[in-house]
Design a protein around this ligand. Sequence first.
Ligand code: NAD
Ligand code: TYD
Length: 342
Amino acid sequence: MKLLVTGGAGFIGSSFVRLALKDGHAVTVLDALTYCGNLANLDPVKSHAKYRFVKGDVRDGKLADELLANKEHGAPFDCLVHFAAESHVDRSILDASPFISTNIAGTQVLLDAARRHVAAGGKLRYLQVSTDEVYGSADDGKPFTESTPIKPNSPYAASKASADLLVRAYHHTYKLDTVITRCSNNYGPYQFPEKLIPLFTTNLFEGRKVPVYGDGMQVRDWIHCDDHSRGVLAVLAKGKSGEVYNLGGGNPMPNLEITKRLIKATGRDESSIEYVKDRPGHDRVYLIDHTKVTRELGWEPQVPFGEGLAATVQWYRDNEAWWRAIKSGEYLKYYEQQYVKR
Ligand code: NAD
Ligand code: TYD
């Protein structure tokens, strides 16, 4: 396939690009390189013959039209895979504006470009990379299925849910060939160190405390980013038009359990834990049922959590220069205003 991939310089987007190229697909990345976009994430593929990079914003409709039409950028594409987003819940609580703009308006701009392209005789499948957070919190202990009602609780989740609804509307109204994936919490190499696992791992390496929100008993279902990427590839190739597919790791676990595993893996002790004020509106439980994608497309997560987590900790150990470059300057200012001691 020839793929136009937005957000390919981010954490999961770059995992997807590395895997797609390895599988023989051609990839053009469109990425604005915001605070979390990092070309170093694409270093392993930068000389690949089938890889191109374009710096640009998904909210730029003219650029999207130009990319979809221009052979020099790799057109004609078979699929547009939309990973680009503002992705951090805590940031959305501090300021929702960039989330509304990039996640909702950005999706609408890309959908319109796809629609124009198809109206002009082109062919294109549009894949929206969404999240299990659109379903809200599984407080009743029932895993989310694709027919669980959308009940987003954070501004981030609301922006992703809104984007999903636009995708649904463009499929219904314009018969655009769309698919949506909703995945659980990802971990793995190249994750920006503001998210739980890379933040805690690198803090522990540095001998710093790890800020556990509230009582630390919130449950997340962890999946390796490469399993997520393989799921996106399966849905792209074989997913039914107009459908939603849940992707999950089958590893639901309280944050405190993850914290203790990371403490052990880095050789520290539990005095590293600092309980801090809880995140406002913090979702208690995410549980995801991915039987539909397994039944229909044969996808299953492959990376056992224990092995994946150990390899991830080792990756951060081996790639200190990568995360040290990030944990400085602007990012630190954000970090320091964010956490309030309890
Ligand atoms: P990330 O924050 O690491 O990367 C986002 C990428 O998008 C960056 O490269 C950034 O530069 C780019 N970007 C942001 N705004 C842009 C804009 N306006 N125009 C062009 N590029 C822009 O995010 P991630 O964790 O890799 O998440 C990727 C996608 O997967 C997101 O859509 C997210 O909602 C979804 N998702 C993430 C998780 C998770 O656990 N991280 C789970 C499920 C779904
Ligand atoms: P995060 O990685 O931000 O992902 P999400 O909010 O999308 O699930 O957080 C994962 C869990 O870890 C979530 O319950 C919030 C919690 N958390 C902490 O306890 N401390 C932290 O410093 C961070 C970043 C997250």
